[in-house]
Write a protein of this length. Structure first.
Length: 313
């Protein structure tokens, strides 16, 4: 093989090895004190090696072992950044304690994968030129931000589902409360009855009920419900329930008012989209339908006119 063919691949291998070595250097093993502090923050980390080692094998075990090392490279430095990441993942429905670690590990893995694929293609086609290095950077950047795009779509879809499902769940919750059930029992009943039709809202209610049974204060549980979903109407409902619980007012009346307001808001949004239909249909009509109608109506007359002009000549 010629030197011009071998040299780009050699440079690419050296760059990849250097990046991996830097990652391994900056993401060294934790000390025992740091591990014990992590176990105090998250008790599920205790005895994880023994329990997970028996359940996972093959690729799952390899990914589970590689996730902590990969995630350390882009680990948030402050508690505020960690909290913001957890809130974003919770808004997308990822409430597992290991979700931030897996998410960051996935970003690093896709970064390396994008660099390997795009860099290999660029170096093989253009060599060690500006185009080859640009392909390497673009591939790595796309792989790094691809989980961000997926997380954004997950958050948006889940929040829209919660917004559409919440009025019906609140109506049933009002019926349960007015029938004599408490707020905890009503939320449990709603999560059981509407799980097939409203799985997102019922899942959140079920998590709140579980936290209440574990002894957490109701005010903290309702506050976390609004933060965890990221939906403004859910936050307003949580604030209303906290106020009703604090001042001793009627929970059923507060829920009824919130349900009516949400239903009005949902109807207004539907009317707004209906009013936008005429404007949105204008462009397809002009681009696709009007040219066909024009050809059908004017085409025969144009053909006759052309034939008449040719016959006169």
């Amino acid at each position: 093989m010629e030197l011009q063919i071998i040299l780009p691949w050699a440079f690419f291998g050296a760059i990849t090895a250097g990046i991996w070595a830097a990652m391994s250097f900056f993401a060294g093993a934790k000390s025992r004190a740091s591990e014990r502090l992590d176990e105090l923050r998250d008790p599920t980390l205790r005895n994880r090696d023994g329990a997970d080692g028996e359940k996972q094998n093959g690729m799952g075990a390899m990914l589970g072992k590689a996730a902590p090392t990969l995630s350390k490279v882009v680990q948030p430095k402050t508690e505020l950044e960690v909290s913001e990441l957890k809130v974003r993942l919770a808004n997308a429905g990822l409430n597992s304690p290991n979700a931030p670690q897996i998410y960051l590990a996935l970003k690093v893995a896709l970064l390396l994968g994008g660099m390997v694929l795009a860099g290999g293609f660029g170096l093989a086609k253009w060599g060690m030129t500006q185009n080859g290095i640009t392909a390497l950077i673009i591939g790595g950047g796309f792989g790094f931000y691809c989980p961000e795009i997926g997380l954004w779509f997950l958050r948006r879809g889940r929040q829209e589902k919660i917004f559409l499902q919440l009025p019906d769940a609140l109506d049933l919750l009002v019926v349960c409360v007015e029938a004599g059930l408490g707020l905890d029992a009503g939320m449990r009943r709603v999560s059981e009855e509407l799980f097939d039709a409203s799985p997102e809202v019922c899942g959140e209610f079920g998590m709140c009920n579980m936290q209440l049974q574990m002894g957490r204060p109701r005010r903290e549980v309702l506050h976390d419900l609004g933060i965890r979903t990221g939906v403004d109407d859910m936050r307003a409902m949580a604030a209303i329930l906290i106020q009703a619980d604090k001042f001793g007012s009627s929970i059923a009346q507060a829920l009824r008012v919130q349900s009516d307001n949400m239903r009005i808001k949902r109807r207004q949004m539907a009317e707004e989209k209906a009013q936008q239909t005429a404007v949105k249909m204008l462009f397809p009509l002009v681009l696709f339908i009007f040219p066909g109608i024009f050809v059908i109506l004017v085409g025969p007359a144009a053909i006759m006119l052309i034939n008449g002009l040719l016959s006169d000549q």
